[in-house]
Design a protein around this ligand. Structure first.
Ligand SMILES: Nc1ncnc2c1ncn2[C@@H]1O[C@H](COP(=O)(O)OP(=O)(O)O)[C@@H](O)[C@H]1O
Ligand SMILES: [Mg+2]
Length: 459
């Protein structure tokens, strides 16, 4: 019979411990242990292996119950009392003291069996809940943001503090570093969390439409305005408005945005009515707004207004092992969509860790999705990664007669340049070697030799 759970039988006398009940429960598929003393039983409970405890009628119930509950404060083990005195009062007292169930000594085996079944199930649920709680506590991230590297821990701290206040936040950082996710997490952790989060990418809205998009318009304000429109500020009332790519805001619109922020009102296009709005503004850009201010392309007063708090999302290449945590996350998501189980080979993991990720998390997400689509086995291998990510492995052995050049980004040995360039051409020809050889001015044999030498082959 299958194992129905580990039952601890606490009985006073040896005969009770080795007697009918223990045997009968074993026979019914429970794994029964019957320690010789209450102290031994408590040790076992403390070890966490017991799913349920049965206390026999010849034991001091009050004390046994009390002690069991003391040692199992963390995950309460259900305790079943079997009592010779089945009076109402005894039953009530035991239940109040925390017994999971109380059975008269005259109960037949199936009643004990049933109570144990429920107790074991209770324990299993309890463990599952604890496991999930632990998983949530250990989760390496902040809301939807994943990663536990020091730069990310710092980011979470700053986001948390920004969420406590209501000031304007400017998020800066390279493209794909999670600026929009960060904006959402600020909102979700703020007192506006129950209000709307409205996001708009200023680069995606044609300049002529942006004003009415943001502030709304009156009916008939312009040719196409057959009906009035509220605008995003009004939609974000009591919530957060996220203006992505704020660096793209045209000079004529900049003072209008500034005015809305200062006055906390907007005026729809074609209307002379001011509408009060209560909106928290978060903006993001991957451009250097400081430089734009210096060049006169961005108003300084607006910049100050937007960047009351400025938060930088760190590039992926500085996040160490987060790269693999994120890769696993995207892998699990993509694998689930295609109903597969996939891992990452060591060689592929090494490449992911070495690559510079100019497109950051967005690029990693794409690379993993592509790899899942390409891979045949149950592991993402080197061959499933794009050439640029694989890098040059192995590095060609340096010529012992030549001292190696110092490693500098723009100062590398010729063979590195050659290897990179060949890789670039191969990428361009989609791996077509005949075509690549023509472009490079090599004969086929030379190209094959160099591909082997630089480790550029698909395998
Ligand atoms: N720390 C992170 N954890 C999980 N996913 C992330 C993280 N950072 C970015 N992403 C994902 O990467 C993609 C790009 O993020 P996004 O916030 O749009 O970047 P940005 O606005 O900086 O260009 C999105 O799909 C986002 O869900
Ligand atoms: Mg973005």
């Amino acid at each position: 019979m299958s194992n129905r759970g580990h039952v601890l039988l606490v009985a006073g006398s040896r005969s009770a411990r080795s007697g009918d009940l223990a045997d009968a429960l074993r026979h019914r598929g429970f794994d029964v242990s019957a320690p010789p003393s209450l102290a031994d039983a408590l040790r076992e409970i403390d070890g966490g292996s017991a799913d349920a405890v049965v206390i026999g009628p010849d034991v001091d119930h009050d004390r046994a119950l009390h002690d069991c509950r003391q040692v199992s404060t963390r995950s309460e083990v259900p305790v079943i009392l079997i009592t010779a005195d089945a009076g109402r009062e005894t039953l009530d007292a035991a239940t109040r003291a925390g017994a999971f169930s109380v059975l008269p000594a005259s109960s037949d085996l199936s009643a004990v069996d049933l109570a144990l079944d429920r107790a074991v199930e209770h324990s299993a649920l309890r463990r599952e809940v604890e496991r999930l709680e632990q998983a949530i506590r250990d989760r390496p991230g902040f809301g939807a943001l994943i990663g536990s590297s020091p730069p990310m821990q710092q980011l979470y701290d700053v986001l948390e503090r920004a969420a406590q206040s209501d000031v304007s936040v400017l998020l800066t950082g390279e493209s794909g570093t999670g600026k929009e996710l960060a904006a959402r997490e600020i909102h979700r952790h703020s007192r506006r969390a129950d209000g709307p989060f409205v996001a708009v990418n200023l680069a995606a809205v044609p300049d002529g439409l942006l004003e009415s998009e943001l502030f709304g318009h009156a009916r008939g304000a312009f040719t196409d305005a057959r009906s009035a429109r509220r605008g995003l500020f009004a939609e974000a009332h009591r919530g957060t408005l996220f203006l992505d790519e704020i660096g793209e805001l045209s000079l004529p619109l900049q003072p209008k945005l500034l005015r809305a922020l200062q006055e906390r009102t907007v005026r729809p296009v074609g209307s002379d009515r001011e509408i009060e709005v209560d909106v928290r503004i978060i903006t993001a850009t991957n451009r250097d707004l400081d430089a734009m201010v210096a060049d006169g392309r961005f108003r300084q007063d607006l910049y100050y207004r937007l960047a009351v708090v400025q938060i930088e999302t760190p590039p992926l290449r500085n996040r160490g092992a987060d790269i693999l945590t994120l890769a696993q996350h995207f892998l699990a998501a993509a694998a689930a969509r295609s109903d597969r189980h996939l891992g990452i080979s060591n060689a592929a993991a090494r490449s992911l860790l070495r690559y510079r990720w100019p497109g950051n998390v967005r690029e990693l997400e794409n690379v993993i999705e592509r790899a899942v689509a390409l891979s045949h086995g149950d592991r993402i291998g080197l061959q499933d990664l794009p050439q640029r990510v694989r890098g040059i492995t192995p590095e060609p052995r340096p010529d012992p007669r030549q001292p190696p050049l110092p490693p500098a980004d723009d100062l590398v040995p010729m063979h590195v340049i050659e290897a990179r360039y060949i890789r670039r051409v191969l990428d361009h020809t989609d791996g077509n070697k005949a075509q690549a050889a023509r472009i490079l001015g090599f004969d086929r044999k030379t190209l094959y030799r160099k591909i082997r030498l630089y480790g550029l082959s698909e395998e």
